[in-house]
Design a protein around this ligand. Structure first.
Ligand SMILES: Cc1ncc(COP(=O)(O)O)c(C=O)c1O
Length: 441
């Protein structure tokens, strides 16, 4: 007799076989089998796999699910919009969710940052930001295209975004599309956040910007927290100092808050911690909680206005079929409602501080070299990529999903949904401590 559980096992094996035969997994060695973690559903900050295992998701899906899984309000907003008007091309007309969302974003930001272009991913947002920065200088009569950035920065997978980074994972076989000056971190990842590192970092950027009046950069482009680069926290005053340097040299400041925005950093936007106003702000991930792809490029008014001088269109020559997709905008509006009502920004700061304090003790273990973070992005840096891999595997076996960051993969990132509660925070610390004991033993 075939039982229900036999049928389930067979269908999971079929799904795995299908996956192994046909699915090309992103950023994955061909020797790895991602179908081993076959997720079926989620609720809140928990997910379940096809084998019936339950996990606390310390990775927020793709570092995006700030409202957690199956949030009824976001799900209902998506369904409602799908049944009404799934989308209309914003180059031919408009729809209400896009305008409402652009207005909503302006309401969270200083008055000058009031114009938003929507795209579908952080990488696209970055490409658009580069085109906008270079376009602006053309329109105001001083063309320039050089970009200054962190060598360890990560801005996406498109050619332009990967070209800016020196991370080996985004090396590409093409000629560089832009002149770029990449700033190496002058201190270790663990030292970067210390106040003593501030002058060293600013000095490195000042040198990279240079003082040649014929070679002023189009923009300085940074993440407020080097996420993929190793979970690196920058010292207090860094963004303020960078803003001042950009102003002194007459270049633009572009902030990539794809990861940090919408509460992840313990502020609505990480740049607001230092009251810094970028010229261009790129956000994504948390914007829709990852329910539907969407990214936003928000610019200062004068930059938007300069595009009236574009000689071919008199506007921005950029867009995608699904730019500002109505369902994505509806998902974002619902996500922001949840974020505001459930005080997720304050919650991220609270549980991030709690986790860092609880986990600080791990630095006593031989395997852990540093514990740091910003908001609800907590990093446990281990001795090596192998140690981190072992820790991740043990944590997963104990019901906690985490991910490695950094070029050597030795930083373990804990970035759960911002709806985390005391029980979830306790689970994370307990499972991490036990997993570390497993590998130390
Ligand atoms: C800081 C930052 N910028 C850009 C990106 C690229 O975004 P996407 O993967 O949506 O293209 C990421 C993705 O992890 C990111 O962390």
């Amino acid at each position: 007799m075939t039982t229900e559980s036999d049928t389930k096992v067979r269908s999971t094996e079929t799904a795995r076989a299908r996956d192994r035969r046909h699915l090309w997994h992103t950023w994955t060695p061909l020797t790895a089998d991602r179908s081993e973690l076959m997720l079926t559903h989620g609720e809140g900050y928990r997910v379940w796999d096809a084998d019936g295992n339950e996990y606390v998701d310390g990775t927020s899906s793709a570092l995006s699910a700030i409202c957690g899984y199956a949030h009824p309000e976001v799900t209902a907003a998506v369904t409602r919009q799908l049944g009404r008007l799934h989308h209309f091309d914003l180059s031919r007309g408009s729809h209400e969710p896009a305008g409402r969302l652009a207005e909503r974003l302006a309401g969270y930001l200083p008055p000058e940052l009031s114009r938003t272009l929507f795209v579908n991913s952080g990488s696209e947002g970055f490409d658009a930001a580069m085109l906008i920065a270079a376009g602006y200088w053309q329109h105001v009569g001083t063309p320039r295209s050089r970009m200054v950035t962190f060598a360890l920065g990560y801005h996406g997978a498109t050619l332009l975004s990967r070209d800016l980074s020196a991370l080996p994972r985004v090396a590409h076989p093409f000629r560089s599309p832009l002149p770029v000056t990449r700033v190496e971190l002058p201190v270790t990842a663990a030292e970067a956040r210390r106040p003593e590192s501030l002058p060293l970092l600013l000095d490195a950027f000042e040198k990279a910007i240079g003082d040649d009046p014929d070679d002023v950069p189009a923009a300085v482009v940074v993440e407020p927290f080097l996420n993929v680069g190793g979970g690196i926290v920058l010292p207090p005053g860094f963004l303020r100092g960078l803003r001042d340097l950009c102003d002194a040299r007459g270049t633009l400041l572009v902030l990539d808050e794809v990861f940090t925005a919408y509460g992840r950093s313990g502020r609505m936007f990480a740049c607001r911690r230092e009251d810094v106003e970028p010229d261009i702000l790129i956000t994504s991930k948390g914007l829709t909680s990852g329910y539907v792809p969407l990214a936003a490029v928000t610019v200062q008014q004068r930059i938007h206005e300069s595009f009236g001088r574009d000689p071919i269109l008199g506007g921005i020559r950029y867009g995608h079929t699904n730019s500002g997709h109505a369902v994505a905008c509806a998902a974002a509006l619902a996500t922001l409602d949840v974020l505001d009502r459930e005080n997720l920004v304050a919650r991220a700061e609270h549980y991030g501080t709690y986790l860092r304090a609880r986990l600080a003790g791990l630095t006593g273990a031989d395997e852990v070299t540093d514990v740091r973070g910003t908001g609800l992005a907590v990093v446990v840096e281990t001795r090596s990529g192998d140690t981190a891999a072992a820790l991740l595997a043990r944590a997963q076996a104990r019901g906690l999903l985490l991910r490695p960051q950094g070029p050597e993969g030795k930083a373990v990132l804990i970035a759960p949904p911002l709806i985390l509660d005391a029980e979830g925070a306790e689970f994370i610390t307990d499972r991490l401590e036990r997993s570390l004991a497993d590998i130390a033993g």
